[in-house]
Design a protein. Structure first.
Length: 547
């Protein structure tokens, strides 16, 4: 019983600490409920007939409680917490390469400029065979296991052996690990003489800085209009969403407000520092645009600041507060809902304690035809809201409905394409081609403009893909292949561009067939159409200048 008293005393002390910090209210009620949980835990750990894993019991109890709340309150163990936060923190300690697994071998796609690998002479196309004395090639090792071996604390060393074309023996390098930046901005370039394009993959800690740098460069190139691509952007840090929306809105305009049962309303307002408050703006979204993406697109739509194009967004309007635990694990607890400036909460429906239907909601959208036709989407009158300038009708209760709907293009997608893509064969043939022809390609296409204009995917490469697919037991279907051939060819050309140049060049290729972007350019290039959508009869014309 002494053990139980000690544990009980420690627990009560913990409750008092939480009360002081304001995380809990109604101390008496909560202490009684929590004491029950502690007594159960102590009884199991001290009296149960067999040895009990106390750590797992505790984690299971936390997970069980969170599962009864909402789909976005969750627990992550220390390792999961690190993996989840790294992409948002925008840096980690490692050797500085982008890689892919090519036939069970680590193939270096790119060496990050200024990183440790570039400094010691590692090259794109190299294959890492050994890390320290561990063979990692041809042994079907998981990517996560390989990354654990390559990553490590800053200023520590790792020894690798590399196979390089033209060299008979393996090359050995010792790399001193360093800080490696992770970028959230995938692409920024001029689509035409007056329209810039920026694609953001997530809202990371450096995203607003990356955006400002990119938009500054585009303005210097003559940008007057901007297409912001948030397709597939699942969100990230909410304060970064506020900062990004601030780039488009005038001072003191409401960006978003949050409110919860125990969280008073908190407003986020725009400042005067926006770099693109006047030019024509289009935001691209789809069914995978969520959370922070919906804050930005909701604010832009509610203030009639720009046109939203694409498909209805995911519908995540819940705010999670991270609660770190002593062992490095983390609870993300939903503490509030966020609301767009017009008062919309765009969280889609969920049933407490049952996330099965919630997790399959996007599949349900597809099955009822919503991704193909806007006519299949129906909102009750209770979810109608008005924008704040033109008083246009917009809807809450399940994502941001775009101003202009663009259906999902499924005409070129077939089972054959899905199968070769799932096996990674399109990536493999692209990397193989670059690996064999890198010198010739670099000489023939020293810049992206010449590559995009003049490079054609050779038919022999497509035949190689067919043969590889057959060897992997993907039956050749001529009708499906011919239907998907333009898409396969486009993807191969884009992947080769990525290997020769960078990820931005990849999007410059694939965006040629981006239907949402095509619609954006049609609208943004015609002021009469653009401002008619926004409900303005006499649009002001403003020239945008570089900051």
């Amino acid at each position: 019983m002494n053990i139980m008293k000690i544990k009980l005393s420690a627990f009560i002390t913990g409750i008092l600490v939480f009360t002081v910090t304001g995380l809990y209210a109604q101390q008496q009620r909560l202490s009684e409920d929590a004491r029950k949980l502690l007594i159960a835990h102590s009884a199991i750990s001290t009296l149960y007939v067999d040895p009990a894993d106390e750590k797992k019991l505790t984690e299971d109890a936390i997970i069980g409680m969170l599962e009864k709340l909402d789909p976005h309150s969750e627990y992550s163990n220390p390792e999961e917490t690190k993996e989840l936060t790294e992409p948002l923190e925008s840096n980690f300690d490692g050797i500085g390469i982008q890689f892919n697994m090519l036939t069970d071998t680590l193939y270096v796609i790119q060496v990050i400029s200024g990183g440790p690998s570039e400094k010691i002479g590692l090259l794109a196309g190299d294959r890492i065979i050994f890390v320290e004395d561990t063979l990692i090639a041809g042994v079907k090792m998981k990517n996560t296991d390989i990354m654990k071996r390559l990553r490590g604390p800053r200023n520590t060393q790792v020894r690798i052996k590399v196979q390089r074309n033209g060299f008979k023996d393996l090359l050995e390098y010792t790399i001193t690990r360093g800080n490696i930046p992770i970028y959230s901005l995938d692409a920024a370039y001029m689509v035409d003489e007056s329209t810039g394009y920026i694609r953001l993959s997530r809202f990371a800690i450096t995203s607003s800085r990356e955006f400002r740098e990119a938009i500054g460069k585009l303005l210097l190139q003559g940008m007057e209009n901007l297409v912001l691509d948030l397709q597939g952007n699942g969100g990230g840090y909410l304060h970064i969403a506020y900062e990004l929306a601030d780039e488009f809105l005038d001072r003191n305009k409401l960006i978003v407000y949050t409110q919860g049962n125990r969280q008073p309303r908190e407003n986020s307002l725009a400042t005067e520092k926006g770099n693109f408050e006047k030019g024509r703006l289009v935001v691209l979204v789809d069914e995978y645009s969520a959370s922070a993406s919906e804050i930005v697109s909701g604010a832009v739509q509610d203030w009639d600041r720009g046109v939203i194009i694409g498909r209805r967004t995911f519908g995540k309007g819940l705010v999670q507060k991270p609660i770190p635990l002593p062992d490095g694990s983390l609870i993300r607890l939903t503490v509030a809902r966020y609301y767009t400036p017009s008062g919309r909460n765009i969280q889609k429906h969920y049933t407490m304690g049952n996330d099965t239907l919630y997790s399959r909601e996007l599949i349900a959208r597809y099955n009822r035809g919503e991704l193909m036709s806007a006519d299949s989407i129906h909102f009750p009158d209770s979810l109608k809201f008005n924008t704040l300038v033109s008083k246009r009708t917009v809807y809450g209760g399940g994502g941001i409905m775009p101003d202009v709907f663009v259906p999902l293009d499924s005409t070129r997608y077939t089972d054959y394409h899905r199968n070769v893509s799932a096996l990674g064969l399109i990536n493999i043939v692209s990397m193989n081609y670059v690996d064999k022809n890198r010198k010739t390609l670099n000489k023939s296409y020293p810049d992206m403009l010449r590559y995009k204009r003049n490079f054609d995917v050779p038919e022999t490469l497509l035949q190689e893909l067919q043969q590889m697919a057959t060897e992997k037991e993907v039956a050749f279907n001529e009708e499906q292949y011919n239907k998907s051939k333009p898409l396969i060819t486009l993807q191969i050309k884009a992947l080769i561009a990525r290997d020769l140049f960078d990820i931005s060049e990849y999007y410059q290729i694939v965006n040629d067939e981006n239907e949402s972007l095509k619609e954006a350019l049609r609208i943004i290039g015609n002021p009469n159409v653009y401002y008619k959508i926004l409900g303005e009869n006499h649009p002001p014309i403003h020239a945008q200048t570089a900051p």
